[in-house]
Write a protein that binds this ligand. Sequence first.
Ligand SMILES: Nc1ncnc2c1ncn2[C@@H]1O[C@H](COP(=O)(O)OP(=O)(O)OP(=O)(O)O)[C@@H](O)[C@H]1O
Ligand SMILES: [Mg+2]
Length: 233
Amino acid sequence: MKRGSRTFFITGTDTGAGKTILTALLLDHLRAQGENAIAIKPLCTGPRDDVRLLQSLQPGALTDDEMNPFHYAKPVTPLVASRGRLKREHIVSAIRQREGECERLLVEGAGGLRVPLSSEAAGVTWDEVVNTLKCGVILAAPNRLGVLNHVNLTLDRLKTIGAKKVFVVLSDCNPPSRRDASAASNERVLAGFWPETPFLKLPYLGSNLGTPEKIRAARKKTKKTLARLVSLL
Ligand SMILES: Nc1ncnc2c1ncn2[C@@H]1O[C@H](COP(=O)(O)OP(=O)(O)OP(=O)(O)O)[C@@H](O)[C@H]1O
Ligand SMILES: [Mg+2]
């Protein structure tokens, strides 16, 4: 298998797009199948909730600092939170260090694909990290009004950098009572724009999903979708 082909970067159309829940479901699904899958969140700004949830699903695999080597308390973009000290090479080597220690590496980004990370050259964003690693990309997108524009922009950028394995997961982050009218047609419209990109859908999985018990229950409910996603990776 080619280097990086077992590494998947989970990005989102925005912050709060469903990256952690998707990463947690996929991680738990792979591990339940007996695969030695590991999730990392190389950069985290603000509270370390994502780190805690993902770590609870892979107990003993990595220390919090191995799983999340760069943590900044200030909830702002990594470029600002790190006061410009973070370099692209730091991020790439933190990810590469974990490749080879597992069968599948899931890397949750921070924010979306073009979030400023470092001020080197013209400014480094996640797409450069993806391009260096040559890894697959899973785009988490909330199935609501506005998602078409955000998915199109993100997929345009991934196409520009020549990303090969790209998947989109549309999640119903709102309960049915608060779902907007676009939710019924977003997937169809996007599939028309991107006929070669697989689109998968996750249903609304309840509130307060941030515990391992809730993720396990949600993983069982979404087994078919997760199995399909894994079969495509
Ligand atoms: N399928 C779903 N069903 C119900 N709620 C969901 C679903 N997916 C995500 N959510 C909720 O949406 C919110 C944002 O999800 P999540 O934390 O995964 O986003 P994120 O992209 O990781 O955010 P961040 O940028 O903070 O890392 C959370 O409250 C989460 O529980
Ligand atoms: Mg997250």
